[in-house]
Design a protein around this ligand. Structure first.
Ligand code: BTN
Length: 328
């Protein structure tokens, strides 16, 4: 814990109270000038701190930024969030997570950005990432599984996002294969997992998660492929980015621990119970592959199982899927 983190802990242990300069000096074994310097730095980082000469310092409000000290405060996870790296702006949290993972970052390291200027979506698309409103986060995992099963972790991200959304309000998110989270049929979150592996061993996996939290209608680009929404637009009130992020990290942590101990089946069931496509007729489109069929579920490699007319079942590995409004 840094000195700044310890000062924040002192504030948070006694909310609304003044903390005298002398008390901080004594508890931390530092000079008054050093205390003042730390308080100034906290203010520069968006913490609103009142200073009254005869009484000391009082924390008035926290910054609306997903700073590591805030995200990890009281998080109590086993692995996910053991380390949090924050950028006000970066190209892509996935790209940064890959650099950190290549350099040996620990499993569970999380990269968060307030905005991305090169946010990546699936199939080479971009992910619109304005500042101050949403969540852009990547997690480094090093699962001891065969690369053949790496796609299973996309389902883990999807279920974790759904659980975090469910914990936020009266929402019933739906999961759309392969990696969208929807609210009332509109996309509220997207997932992009990137793998670094040899034939038989995963070096690391980056779970990239983008959630539209407080974006307003006029902030969405007009040329989106899929109709999009945000939690603010659906619920009509602002969501705390910090609380949402912590809920998401806790879900990811729990699901990952249970995945490592009990395997994919419980996760697959959680995913399928929220999937908007089971037993539905859909159209799949991927480059020259086009099919119409009825969805029966996903298999252990994460492929969508599509029953075609004539009784054949095909495994779809990638593509855009559209729900058809009737039996085909
Ligand atoms: C998609 O639906 O196309 C996937 C979007 C994934 C976006 C997230 S935002 C955080 C992470 N960093 C990125 O560059 N992309 C993912």
């Amino acid at each position: 814990m840094t000195t700044r983190d310890t000062i924040l802990e002192l504030f948070k242990n006694r909310p609304d109270h003044f903390l005298s300069g002398a008390e901080v000096c004594r508890k931390l074994g530092i000079s008054r000038t050093a205390v003042w310097k730390h308080i100034s730095q906290l203010r520069d980082n968006g913490y609103e701190i009142e200073a009254i000469p005869s009484r000391g310092y009082r924390l008035l409000s926290l910054p609306d930024r997903l700073l590591p000290a805030e995200v990890t405060s009281g998080l109590q996870t086993r692995s996910v969030g053991c380390e949090v790296i924050y950028f006000d702006e970066t190209d892509s949290t996935n790209a940064q997570a890959r650099i950190l993972a290549d350099a040996g970052a620990r499993e569970g390291t999380v990269v968060i950005a307030d905005s991305q200027n090169g946010g990546k979506g699936r199939l080479g698309r971009s992910w619109f990432s304005p500042s101050g409103v949403n969540l852009y986060l990547s997690v480094i995992l090093r699962p001891p599984i065969s690369p053949r099963f790496a796609t299973q972790l996309t389902f883990l991200s999807a279920v974790a996002v759904a659980q975090a959304i469910e914990a936020t309000g009266s929402f019933l998110p739906q999961l759309k294969w392969p990696n969208d989270v929807l609210l009332n049929g509109r996309k509220v979150a997207g997932l992009l997992n990137e793998l670094n592996a040899e034939t038989e061993q995963i070096h690391y996996l980056v779970l990239g998660i983008g959630v539209n939290l407080n974006m307003r209608t006029e902030q969405f680009p007009s040329d989106l492929r899929t109709p999009a929404t945000s939690l603010l637009l659906e619920e009509g009130k602002t969501v705390s980015r910090l609380k949402f992020t912590q809920a998401l990290l806790r879900s990811l942590d729990q699901l990952y621990a249970s995945y490592l101990s009990t395997g994919f089946l419980p996760l697959k069931q959680e995913w399928e119970s929220r999937c908007n496509m089971i037993d539905q007729w859909v159209e799949v489109d991927y480059q020259s592959y086009q099919r119409v069929g009825q969805v029966s579920g996903v298999d252990e490699s994460g492929a969508l199982l599509l029953s075609l007319d004539g009784g054949i079942t095909e495994k779809v590995l990638a593509g855009d899927v559209r729900l058809l409004s009737r039996g085909a």
